[in-house]
Design a protein around this ligand. Structure first.
Ligand SMILES: Nc1nc2c(c(=O)[nH]1)N[C@H]1C(S)=C(S)[C@@H](COP(=O)(O)O)O[C@H]1N2
Ligand SMILES: [Mo]
Length: 334
């Protein structure tokens, strides 16, 4: 029997373009033993290339996933992988777009504990391996629209949030689901210092209605571009709700709690007049400080040369989710 891909040793993992740490490269190339026995001069020349930025670099493992046609058939070009993993919002690691890739590379994602609790028949405790092994993984190509009016197209790997909730068994009377990111100021400079963390009151929390959580689009992502998530994108597990502004897609989740009332959410707590609980992508409801009618789609040239395109209601997922809001005034409940 062949080993599942997530059990590959570091030495078998393909090196990524972001590799800047010579120890990681040596490991990844399986050069550990050879490197040690090389004569000094050769040794030096191999390593000099990387000496400008001697940072530890996270190693992504390959992930295999089913590719359901419904989420593959997509005419818009993918945002290149190097952009997806280097232009991020993850305020726990700083507020600039390149802070997460700079500051999160040594973030520890294994061991990990995700607890599923609250109004469920069977509370669950999932560790790192459970997250990658307990559910059938799918690759789904989704648009990601940030409230800041830029967007990407990302091939995520993950499993439906509904599958996890069904496994735990949602009790009668449940109406909402709350999510919480890891709180670990020793690893996350933005949690240690309010200024670095953009003023958010940590841990970062998010929430959905139960109907939103059970919608087929709601994905718990454990990977992208065929590999496990890098820390800057929310390793080891993050939510992806593609019809909502990106801040709803909470990263590095340690707790999922089924509730009977609407939970508090981080951006809403910080600026309630700017960020609502629902946060559905909506070209007709502007942010108080900018228009939401269009967005810059990030392609090979990054943000600066990004093409401006029209923003679509529910980020183009109207068919799948509009029915959830048929009785809701979307201007009031933004
Ligand atoms: N815990 C946490 N989750 C988070 C954020 C954050 O700062 N902290 N930023 C959000 C925002 S604003 C966006 S646009 C997306 C970005 O996801 P990406 O970096 O994978 O593109 O993550 C969201 N999830
Ligand atoms: Mo965002």
């Amino acid at each position: 029997m062949t080993r599942p891909s997530w059990q590959l040793s570091e030495a078998e993992v393909t090196p990524e373009p972001l590799f800047r740490d010579r120890r990681a490269i040596v490991k990844a190339l399986g050069l550990g033993a050879i490197g040690a026995s090389l004569p000094g001069a050769v040794h030096g020349s191999i390593f000099d290339v990387f000496s400008s930025a001697p940072k530890p670099v996270f190693i992504q493992a390959p992930l295999s996933a089913n590719k359901p046609a419904a989420f593959q058939d997509f005419s818009e070009p993918l945002t290149p992988e190097n952009k997806v993993i280097s232009h991020n919002n993850f305020y726990e690691f700083g507020t600039a777009k390149t802070d997460p890739v700079e500051n999160a590379q040594s973030f520890k994602v294994n061991p990990w504990h995700l607890s599923v609790e609250g109004l469920v028949d069977t509370p669950l405790q999932l560790d790192y391996d459970d997250l990658l092994q307990s559910f059938a993984l799918e690759e789904r190509i989704y648009r990601l629209r940030c409230v800041e009016a830029w967007s990407m197209v990302v091939p995520w790997v993950g499993f439906p949030l509904a599958a996890l909730l069904k496994k735990a068994g949602v009790k009668a009377g449940a109406t909402h689901v709350a999510f919480e990111t890891l709180y670990d100021p020793a690893q996350m400079p933005g949690q240690k210092n309010t200024y670095v963390g953009g003023g958010i009151h940590y841990p970062y929390v998010e929430g959905l209605t139960l109907a939103e959580a059970m919608n087929e689009l709601s994905l718990l992502s454990v990977g992208l571009y065929g590999k496990t998530l890098p820390p800057q994108n929310g390793a080891p597990v993050r939510l992806v709700v593609p019809w909502k502004y990106g801040f709803k897609s909470i990263k590095s989740i340690v707790k999922i709690r089924v509730m009977n009332k609407q939970p508090p959410t981080s951006w809403n707590q910080l600026a309630p007049h700017e960020y609502g609980f629902y946060a559905n992508v909506n070209p007709d409801v502007d942010h108080p400080r900018w228009s939401q009618a269009s967005e810059r789609r990030i392609g090979p040239g990054g943000l600066f040369s990004a093409e401006r395109i029209a923003t679509r209601p529910f980020n183009g997922y109207e068919e799948q989710v509009a029915h959830l809001y048929k009785d809701l005034d979307l201007k009031r409940y933004f």
